[in-house]
Every structure is written in structure tokens, then in C-alpha cells.
Ligand binder design. Structure first.
Ligand code: NDP
Ligand code: AKG
Ligand code: MG
Length: 414
């Protein structure tokens, strides 16, 4: 159904699914949300890069038909809705979408639309690869040693939205209940949040992470958790993670303990090593011994924190892509937010959305377009023609606007 909130593409064909595989036509319709704040700046730059790459890679035989679907501040101001039902319907129907960042107020107001999209569409795996691009300025000595893919559980943990304001009837009721039934004292002036972590949510996430490591021939999957303190949520995540490894991947994986005991600390080449690390230790490990980690699987909040921290280590949020993946749909988006102070100034780095598009093309099986973008982006950085975030740390670099950076990447495709 076409509504005033959406501009439906008259051309293009829908991506379909056969069993577990996507069937991608040469003219797929792909919904996009341009986003709030700097979202429109980076989307407008990125989409030109995507179109150029597809056109060059496939000599005009393939083309994406972009379908704008609405969400966020502009949609609310124009239509009175933050996330129209049509947007969810379109993403369900077309199966693959891409988005810019959406604003979430702090301390009150609407709940996150980004989180709502992930939960409504059951996009349970947030996949965030973090790797170094040659020439990008970094705060560490050997940024190229970090090459990790973070698998962040995307539907539960403190993001489930079970949270009550200090002094509200619900908070009072819950405090009274906990004190009476469990004999635990809680200060009366407390806000209350609940952190559910399930076997279902954990196992499907860890299953995906291990399968990814096996498919890509990576060395290890590390379960990152705070199970010493939160034993039955974070600790259970770790236990259930090992259970999946043992019960479903026994031929392909080995635990770190077994490597020590049976192989004197040297892992067999054809096995993925399953490790676990407590979250605070993981933060120091990615700084001090980054090359010992490849896939990191972790609950939602840890994943949120570690993905920004890792991105900073290789040069910042301007080059940090991501994907939210479920069994029936996927939405590609940057790790960063709306960077509101730069909104509308055509300043910020579109690299994160561009690299999210690369992940999207790989998901579609359009590897040629993905490679073309990566090669052109690498060349652009080597030429030291970059946006403010990189230019301010690079000697002798030429400062480009967001749109100019996209122009340069496109020019570097031929
Ligand atoms: N998935 C999503 O849609 C997300 C949405 N958000 C939302 O975004 C809003 C703003 O969040 P905030 O905490 O400021 O975090 P942001 O990620 O938006 O920005 C923090 C800082 O990161 C740097 N940065 C971010 N994006 C870029 C870019 N494209 N190029 C270069 N540098 C960049 C800037 O650093 P500097 O100041 O050093 O230049 C910026 O000030 C909030 O409402 C938040 O909820 C946050 C994260 C994800
Ligand atoms: O939804 C938000 O506003 C923040 C989301 C976020 O930080 C993330 O996806 O990493
Ligand atoms: Mg975040």
C-alpha cells in the first residue's frame, strides 16, 4: 500500500528467499532510511558511491532501485509518527535495507527507533567488523593488528526496555515486590532496570558467530561477558555459548583449555578456538594483544561499548560499518550515531555507511561492487584526500567535504 509517508519505486523487483538463500534480481528494490542529524549528508554521499560501483562493476546490467522508507525526527514532524508501520512492512517485504543513524533522547522521551527496528524485525545479530585501513591515523602503535568481527546480541539484555522511573508507581510496586518476596533491600529513590538474557537469544547469536568463523577460516571466537558479577545473565551467556560450540560444532572447534592440555598451547590449524574473557579484561586485551582475537560474541550492552572502542582504535567512528541480521531480513547501518553538531554541514565522514553498503553488497552476493568500493576507498585514503576526522590527525592531508570524499572515491573507481 502506498501512503503519503512513502515514495514507492515503480521499477525494480523484490529480493526473494529460497530456503535459506536470497534470490537477488539484477534490479532489486532496496529500502533506505536516510536518518536524522548528519544522516542525510552521509546517505546522499554514500548512495552515489553505491550506484557508481554497481554500474561500473556490472556494466549497467545491474541497478539498485532505492525505495525511501521513513523513520525518525523528520517523519514525526511531518506525519506525527516516529516509525510508520509501512516502513517495517517494506523492510519485511524487500528483506534487505540500509539506514542512516536515528536520534534517541537521553533520560526520557521515545525509546530508541534503532533498537525498535532490530527487535520488531528480530534482527538478532549485530555484526560489526573492525579493521585497519592503511594510512588512517590511529591512537595506537600498531592499529593493523586489530581485525575483529563483533557479533553483538541485538534483541535483549538491558535493551529489552524493562525499565521504570524513580518514584513511578511501577518502580514502587517492583521494589516492594522484590523486598517482600526476595528479601533484598533496594533504595526507595532508585530507578529500576531488568536485564533478560535467554538461552534462545544467546544460542542463535553464538551459532552465527561460530559458523562465520568456520566459513571464513578464522582462528577464534571469544565469548565476552561480565559473568563474575552477573552470573545468571552474562555468566549464563558464556555457559550457553560453550554449549552451542560443544553440541553443534564439536568437529570444527576446540576450547582454549583443550589447546593448553592436549596441544601444549598450540591450536591445531583446522580448528576454531573457543575462548572466553571477562568484559573489562577484553577491553585491555583488544588494546594490548589485538591479534589474538578474531570473532567476539557478546551480549547487547558489551557489544555496544566494545564496537565504539575498537572503532576508535583503528581511527574512529567515521570508518565503522555494521549489519543487523535476522533469519528473514537485514538492515545495514553505521556503528556511529547522528553526530548532531555537524548536521547539514556536509562535513562528516560517510565511510561508515559506505562500508555498511559494502557489507550489504556482499550479503547480496554482489562481491564485485563491494571490492570496487573497498579498493577505491583505500586509494582515496592513501592519497590523503579525506574528511575532517582523518585530516585533523594526518600530516599533509587535503580536507574534503563529505560529498567531495564520495566524489573522490567514485573517481578512483576507474
Ligand atoms: N544506530 C544508530 O542510529 C545510532 C544512533 N545514535 C544516536 O545518535 C545521537 C548522537 O549520539 P552521540 O553519542 O553524539 O554519538 P555519535 O556517534 O553520533 O557521535 C559521537 C562523535 O563521534 C564522531 N563521529 C560520529 N560519526 C562520525 C562520522 N560519520 N564521521 C566522523 N566522525 C564521526 C564525532 O566525533 P568528534 O566530535 O570528535 O568530531 C562525534 O561527535 C544520539 O541520539 C544517539 O542515541 C548513537 C549511536 C548509534
Ligand atoms: O539507538 C541508539 O540511539 C543508540 C544505538 C547504538 O549506540 C548502537 O547501535 O550502537
Ligand atoms: Mg553504540
Amino acid at each position: 500500500m502506498v501512503t503519503k509517508t512513502q515514495k514507492l519505486s515503480k521499477e525494480g523487483s523484490a529480493i526473494t528467499k529460497e530456503k535459506t538463500h536470497l534470490v537477488v534480481p539484477n534490479d532489486p528494490i532496496i529500502p533506505f532510511i536516510s536518518g536524522d542529524g548528519t544522516g542525510p549528508d552521509i546517505w546522499n554521499a554514500s548512495v552515489r558511491v553505491f550506484d557508481a560501483a554497481v554500474s561500473i562493476a556490472y556494466k549497467n546490467k545491474k541497478r539498485v532501485h532505492w525505495l525511501e522508507v521513513l523513520a525518525g525526527e523528520k517523519t514525526f514532524n511531518e506525519c506525527g509518527e516516529w516509525l510508520p508501520g509501512e516502513t517495517l512492512k517494506a523492510i519485511k517485504k524487500y528483506k534487505v535495507a540500509i539506514k542512516g543513524p536515528l536520534t534517541t533522547p537521553v533520560g526520557g522521551g521515545i525509546r530508541s527507533l534503532n533498537v525498535t527496528l532490530r527487535q520488531e524485525l528480530d534482527l538478532y545479530a549485530c555484526v560489526r567488523p573492525v579493521r585497519y585501513f592503511e594510512g588512517v591515523p590511529s591512537p595506537v602503535k600498531s592499529p593493523e593488528k586489530l581485525n575483529v568481527i563483533i557479533f553483538r546480541e541485538n534483541t535483549e539484555d538491558v535493551y529489552a526496555g524493562i525499565e521504570y522511573k524513580k518514584g513511578s508507581p511501577d518502580a514502587k510496586k517492583l521494589i516492594a515486590f522484590i523486598e517482600k518476596e526476595f528479601r533484598v533491600k533496594i533504595r526507595k529513590d532508585s530507578g529500576i532496570g531488568i536485564k533478560p538474557i535467554s538461552v534462545t537469544g544467546t544460542k542463535r547469536l553464538v551459532r552465527r558467530a561460530i559458523q562465520y568463523a568456520i566459513d571464513k577460516k578464522l582462528c577464534s571466537v571469544t565469548l565476552m561477558h561480565k559473568g563474575n558479577i552477573m552470573k545468571y545473565t552474562e555468566g549464563a551467556f558464556c555457559e550457553w555459548g560453550y554449549e552451542v560450540a560443544r553440541e553443534e560444532f564439536s568437529k570444527s572447534v576446540i576450547t582454549e583449555e583443550e589447546v593448553q592440555k592436549k596441544y601444549n598451547g598450540k591450536a591445531p590449524k583446522n580448528k576454531v578456538v573457543i575462548k572466553d574473557r571477562i568484559a573489562d579484561a577484553m577491553f585491555q586485551q583488544v588494546l594490548l594483544r589485538p591479534d589474538e582475537y578474531s570473532v567476539i560474541a557478546t551480549p547487547n550492552l558489551n557489544g555496544d561499548y566494545i564496537s565504539d572502542a575498537c572503532a576508535a582504535q583503528v581511527g574512529g567512528l567515521g570508518m565503522a560499518p555494521g549489519a543487523n541480521i535476522g533469519d528473514n531480513a537485514a538492515i545495514f547501518e553505521a556503528t556511529h550515531g547522528t553526530a548532531p553538531k555537524y548536521a547539514g554541514k556536509d562535513i562528516v565522514n560517510p565511510g561508515s555507511v559506505i562500508l555498511s553498503g559494502v557489507m550489504m553488497f556482499e550479503h547480496l552476493g554482489w562481491d564485485k561492487a563491494a571490492m570496487l568500493i573497498i579498493t577505491a576507498l583505500e586509494k582515496t585514503i592513501r592519497q590523503k584526500t579525506v574528511t575532517y576526522d582523518l585530516e585533523r590527525q594526518m600530516d599533509g592531508a587535503q580536507l574534503l567535504k563529505c560529498s567531495e570524499f564520495a566524489d573522490r572515491i567514485i573517481a578512483n573507481m576507474s
